[in-house]
Design a protein around this ligand. Structure first.
Ligand code: C2E
Ligand code: CA
Ligand code: CA
Length: 560
């Protein structure tokens, strides 16, 4: 760099000097709004594909007006952005925006030698010269394309580069798949051990995926989600299964987690990479209810299920208006007396066209569609109304539990509503209990789980649902004092069949009692199961052996 320019740059201010010295800048220029003239403090040209930069002496640059400079670059701008580039990068428009906002910033995508680049144009008012804008052009392709943490591609970088790689891969001769991954239990790790441990789990996952799946390209989409393309031969059942048994170790900290995969088999070049990612993600999500699975391959069933979920989501509002949702009540009995001690409210949807749909089908849809909290609020209102009406008639009432989804704890209006009724309505506190599943609790971030502490402090009974079905059982019990632990149906099924399950049931009941909680066994269907549970000191029994979920009127009759 010649002395003349150094002097000139230094004269502007040290700030500009620093800018120029940082390699990311392609050029720094001044543009005079009054006569369209432009001069360069410094300009770089990239040499080949590497990161070496070449200085271009300013006098060799042909354009001496801003307009010419802009026109020179026009041909490099990707076609879909040429029009807006032309319109927005006018000196008068830029100047107006700088006056209004203090700066002008636009990212323009350009192609140089077939390589797509993201160029950021930033202009400010010149600190000393009137009517002059100080401009910087810098390359942010790396920042946009790469994930700073794992050094893999970020979303955009992955999609663009995968698109390019696919044109070169012999996909007609060899079989390839796109894999989307999800770390099950990731939030719990962040919560229990802190974000740094969470980051280590991300690194561990990246290393596992790199070693086991040998990707031709890989990226991190966000949080705990990676996406990669690999040959099908590396996606054997055995490899995928080994991904499900991960352990994170750090000093005395230890945590088991699972890497689950959604797989899209690449069959041709007609599907865009971003669509492949959507489909692999869909496949992974569609396996949510199937806890033990290691992977789901995308196929038409996944799509049909997805389409059906979309239909259910779009039907929801109308169904609510038409009163198609009904609260059913399942009586829960005292194990000693066999008397109904409480109930669980379970939603049913009598769909106008599709008939009765089970919550297992529409709850996940509403969770992803965002309507779940409206439905759960409806259920709470139903329980309140049902019990209050009966109380007015001086009929027997029992506490009734509502199921809350993980999503509900992030819905401020539902949480405000609950805080409100629990603070102001003693009846609600006594008769509307909250059930939260073990896996939902494990995934709750701190401020969301604080709601449970508030409700508990107000005297509400909190139940831990599906206990033993997830992976974080003991730490869940450690972290929150649940009033009632509901033993997952999976264990009850094994009574009389598997000795280990019986031992676990017995000790879980003891453990819960020692922690000050009572225990409800779910899904009790036989006399044998009942006898065993009674013998273990189980407090409450829920299941078809006593009562099935009943419509409100029938449950009312049952209670007398
Ligand atoms: P859950 O909370 O574990 O509810 C217990 C499920 O077991 C219910 O299924 C119930 O009908 C069934 N069940 C009860 N006793 C027995 C038995 O002896 N044998 C067998 N095989 N099953 C029994 P359901 O009603 O289909 O609900 C499924 C899940 O949907 C629930 O599981 C709950 O997670 C969710 N859900 C239901 N209603 C609501 C709701 O209002 N809001 C939310 N967020 N979730 C709900
Ligand atoms: Ca439940
Ligand atoms: Ca349950």
């Amino acid at each position: 760099m010649g002395d003349k320019y150094i002097e000139e740059i230094k004269a502007v201010d040290g700030y500009v000097w620093n800018m120029v010295m940082s390699n990311g800048y392609d050029c720094v220029f001044g543009a005079d709004v009054s006569d369209d003239s432009i001069w360069f403090y410094h300009a770089y040209r990239r040499k080949g594909a590497g990161t070496v930069y070449n200085k271009i002496p300013p006098e060799k640059l042909p354009p001496k007006t801003f307009t010419k400079f802009k026109e020179l670059l026009y041909d490099f701008v990707v076609s879909e952005e040429q029009e807006s580039y032309d319109e927005q990068l006018r000196l008068d428009a830029i100047s107006a925006e700088v006056k209004e906002r203090g700066s002008f910033v636009r990212t323009v995508h350009m192609t140089f030698d077939g390589e797509r680049k993201s160029k950021c144009f930033k202009l400010y008012e010149h600190p000393d010269k009137e009517n002059v804008l100080l401009g910087f052009v810098y390359d942010i392709s790396f920042a946009i394309d790469h994930d700073w943490m794992t050094d893999e591609y970020a979303r955009l970088g992955f999609i663009e580069n995968a698109e390019k790689i696919l044109t070169e891969l012999p996909i007609d001769k060899e079989r390839y798949s796109l894999v989307y991954t999800n770390i099950k239990g990731f939030k719990a790790i962040n919560d229990l051990f802190g974000e740094q441990s969470g980051d280590m789990v991300i690194f561990q996952t990246r290393d596992m995926l790199r070693t086991l799946l040998k990707p031709v390209i890989m990226g991190r989409l966000e949080n705990d989600h990676f996406v990669l393309i690999t040959r099908d031969e590396f996606l054997s059942e055995q490899v995928l299964l080994s991904l499900t048994n991960q352990t994170y170790n750090e000093g005395f900290k230890q945590y088991d987690f699972t890497i689950r995969c959604g797989i899209y088999r690449i069959t041709g070049r007609d599907v865009s990479v971003s669509k492949m990612v959507d489909r692999a993600k869909l496949a992974e999500k569609s396996g949510l209810d199937n806890e033990g699975h290691s992977h789901v391959v995308y196929n038409d069933d996944v799509r049909v299920k997805y389409v059906k979920q979309r239909v259910l989501i779009s039907d929801m509002n109308k169904a609510m208006e038409l009163g198609e949702f009904k609260a059913y009540y399942q009586g829960i009995v005292d194990a000693k007396t066999g008397q109904i001690a409480s109930a669980e409210a379970l939603v049913r949807w009598q769909h106008g066209k599709l008939g009765m749909i089970s919550p297992g089908e529409f709850i996940p849809a509403f969770e992803s569609g965002g309507q779940i909290s409206a439905l759960d609020r409806f259920m709470i209102e139903q329980i309140l109304k049902f019990n209050m009406d009966r109380a007015k008639q001086c009929r027997l009432i029992v506490p009734c539990a509502v199921n809350l989804s993980r999503i509900d704890f992030y819905n401020t209006s539902l949480m405000d509503y609950l805080v409100d009724i629990y603070s102001n309505n003693a009846f609600a506190t006594d008769y509307v209990r909250i059930e939260v599943t073990e896996s939902a609790y494990a995934d709750l971030e701190k401020n969301a789980s604080d709601y449970l502490n508030r409700f508990k402090a107000l005297g509400v009974k909190i139940l831990l649902d599906d206990y033993g079905s997830g992976m974080s059982s003991l730490s869940t019990l450690e972290n929150f004092s649940f009033d009632i632990v509901k033993l997952d149906m999976g264990f009850i099924r094994k009574i009389g069949i598997q000795n280990n399950a019986e031992i676990i049931i017995r000790s879980t009941i003891e453990l819960s009692h020692a922690l000050g909680a009572t225990v409800t066994a779910e899904g009790v269907e036989t006399k044998e199961q009942l006898d065993f549970l009674r013998n273990c000191g189980c407090d409450y029994i829920q299941g078809y052996y006593f009562y099935k979920p009943l419509p409100e009127e029938e449950f009312a009759q049952l209670m007398g």
